[in-house]
Write a protein that binds this ligand. Structure first.
Ligand SMILES: C[S@@+](CC[C@H](N)C(=O)[O-])C[C@H]1O[C@@H](n2cnc3c(N)ncnc32)[C@H](O)[C@@H]1O
Length: 220
């Protein structure tokens, strides 16, 4: 990791909110480094990450630090109030400020809109190579079946060796979406990863938040 530790430190010092703990992003980065990404029968040469749900931009910046190491880019998808799941809407200007502050603005393309619209209208035109997504982070509308739908919207873009992470998995409605994907056989081509759990489960329950991620790597 070239600068990633220093940059994460800068993010923490600037008090820019990110939903995952810094150690989790470092963990993603290590997992991604181990992989050989294959899309459309060839090695992916323009890797991208997608974050569905960007909030104030901290997680997006973390992904940008990560993707810069792979000469890749990040697409941030957020409706900033359109069709949002509760009052926790992100703020586009906070996101842009965070990216500027952390010097990763040029690594990120923002797609402002509800994930359904972005997937249908914008995403097909983003890249010639359709399977160049190496990291898909789903953290937007948590109400069942929104997580399931976000996965279905973007998953076909993820290359073999790419990772999908479902954030807030301890939220019962997110859990239900992921369990249903499994029951429908939609995760048959994916292998579950053992992810780090930096938060104590009792803390999580005490604060009624689901800050924990479940992740899968595409194997076929
Ligand atoms: C939990 S926050 C995301 C946290 C972020 N991943 C981070 O690391 O800081 C959820 C975000 O999803 C966005 N959102 C909710 N429903 C959405 C939808 N249908 N389409 C796009 N964005 C949505 C909200 O505006 C909010 O910013």
């Amino acid at each position: 990791m070239r600068n990633i530790h220093k940059r994460i430190q800068k993010l923490l010092e600037a008090r820019i909110f990110a939903a995952c703990d810094a150690t989790e992003y470092e963990w993603w980065y290590e997992r991604l480094r181990e992989k050989r990404w294959v899309g459309n029968g060839r090695i992916v040469d323009l890797p991208i990450a997608i974050e569905v749900g960007c909030f104030h931009g901290g997680g997006l910046a973390m992904l940008a630090f990560m993707m810069e190491e792979f000469d890749g880019y990040v697409v941030g998808v957020d409706g900033f109030g359109t069709n949002a799941f509760h009052e926790d809407n992100g703020d586009m200007f906070d996101v842009l400020r965070a990216l500027e502050t952390l010097d990763v603005r040029e690594r990120v393309v923002m797609a402002v809109g509800a994930s359904e619209r972005v997937a249908r209208l914008l995403f097909p035109t983003l890249a010639e190579d359709k399977e160049n997504v190496v990291f898909l982070h789903i953290d937007a509308d948590h109400r069942y079946p929104a997580t399931l739908r976000d996965f279905m919207r973007f998953q076909s873009r993820v290359c073999v060796g790419g990772i999908v992470s479902f954030h807030d998995i301890t939220d019962s409605q997110v859990r239900k979406s992921v369990d249903e994907l499994r029951a429908m056989g939609r995760l048959d081509d994916w292998q579950k990863l053992e992810t780090p759990n930096p938060y104590d489960l009792e803390d999580i329950e005490a604060f009624s938040v689901g800050w924990r991620t479940e992740a899968y790597v595409r194997v076929k």
